[in-house]
Design a protein around this ligand. Structure first.
Ligand code: NDP
Ligand code: GDR
Length: 332
């Protein structure tokens, strides 16, 4: 019989890629969508008609229990979160509730479903390299001390340890993926890679003059989202649940991101096109992220396939195609 999966955060970048991966493997895919008249639900129905939508919110345990009953899943992927780090300072309580306590709600819904139906469920938690925060060790691995630097990071640490606690307390098959930054043409425009790829595309088309950013010296380990959802699935195919770092093992600064993005449109010197505004600096920064995913490589057989250069080129070209449609005289 086909396996069934419940995905929270289905309308986000990772939810979309994961739903496609699971569908290609023959799963019945159920996606949790929050809110009344969420415009993303209509878009999802059109672009991913194979997804069965169920209404629910990570803040509302009873809605998660109903979603579990509807999906009767073999696997649950908890990707839903307030995920924008900069926003988490302005909305610290909401972030703690959704990104932190929301994990507890989802784990409880899974535990209660298992207890009442006797069906075993495997659970994936979307943990984050943002939990490493202030640099303690380079590269960061599963055993690195966590020192979160944002309300988002603190909430993710809560969810991470709660997942481990449910595994140890109730014997749940609960795994946590400590994923480093991963991007794609589907990345939200508030995140730096997409903000840059979109601006570079618009500058090349004459739709925008310049871009304004914050800290250009921060370094991130950026991979491709399509590669990273494969790791999520692999974690739930293991006999034993565990925690895994998922990363490329390469780090690049925002300056290098700009070098590469502008080079796609033939610009070598971008200094007059990029402005820096303290508005985009964060109260506390994560200066350097670079992951060691050797455990995922040896146990899961996972490794990334898309390079940083190919990722940036893919994103800029996708945004050029998208923005071209907005040019005057373009009928589409
Ligand atoms: P997105 O921001 O693209 O998607 C977040 C999803 O969470 C959206 O579908 C959103 O729904 C949903 N959501 C928000 N609030 C709630 C709520 N109260 N109840 C239910 N769902 C809610 O994130 P990504 O796809 O990039 O990331 C997926 C997960 O992985 C997140 O948990 C993120 O924190 C984590 N992560 C991401 C990394 C990355 O680099 N992308 C790295 C490490 C971890 P709606 O559309 O309605 O807003
Ligand atoms: P991050 O991603 O905070 O790592 O969280 P983001 O792309 O927002 O920032 C990366 C780095 O770029 C610097 N930066 C800017 N960032 C944004 N968004 N906008 C700017 O204008 C700008 N200028 C410089 C930031 O200071 C930062 O150092 C992402 C999210 O997907 C999380 O949910 C996830 O957990 C982590 O990645 C891993």
């Amino acid at each position: 019989m086909a396996k069934s999966a419940l995905i929270t955060g289905i309308t986000g970048q990772d939810g979309l890629y994961l739903s496609e991966l699971l569908h290609s493997k023959g799963y019945r895919v159920v996606g949790l969508v929050r809110g009344q008249n969420n415009p993303k639900a209509a878009r999802l129905e059109e672009s991913h008609p194979f997804v069965q939508i169920v209404s629910g919110n990570l803040l509302d345990l009873s809605s998660l229990m109903r979603a579990m009953t509807f999906a009767a899943p073999d696997e649950v992927y908890n990707l839903g979160a307030v995920s924008y780090v900069a926003y988490s300072w302005q909305n610290a309580r909401l972030t703690s509730d959704v990104t932190g306590t929301g994990v507890l709600n989802m784990l409880e819904a899974v535990r209660l479903f298992q207890d009442t139906t006797g069906k075993s469920v495997r659970y994936y938690q979307a943990s984050s390299s943002e939990m490493f925060g202030k640099v303690q060790e380079v590269p960061q691995r599963e055993s690195t001390l966590l020192w979160p630097r944002s309300p988002y990071g603190v909430a993710k640490v809560f969810g991470h340890y709660m997942t481990i606690n449910y595994r140890e307390s109730y014997g749940m098959h609960a795994s946590s993926g400590i994923l480093f930054n991963h991007e794609s043409p589907r990345r939200g425009v508030e995140f730096v890679t997409r903000k840059v790829s979109r601006a570079v595309a618009r500058i090349s088309l004459g739709l925008q003059d310049s871009i304004t950013l914050g800290n250009l010296d921060a370094r991130r380990d950026w991979g491709f989202a399509g590669d990273y959802v494969r790791a999520m699935w692999l974690m739930l195919q293991q006999d034993q649940p565990d925690d895994y770092v998922i990363s490329t093992g390469e780090t690049h600064s925002i300056r290098e991101l700009l070098d590469l993005s502008f080079s796609v449109i033939g610009i070598e010197d971008w200094s007059s096109l990029v402005h820096v505004d303290p508005r985009f600096f964060r109260p506390a920064e994560v200066d350097l992220l670079i992951g060691d995913s050797s455990k995922a490589s040896s146990v899961l057989g996972w490794s990334p396939e898309v390079s940083f250069e190919d990722l940036v080129t893919m994103m800029v070209n996708a945004d050029i195609a998208l923005e071209s449609k907005k040019l005057p005289g373009n009928p589409s």
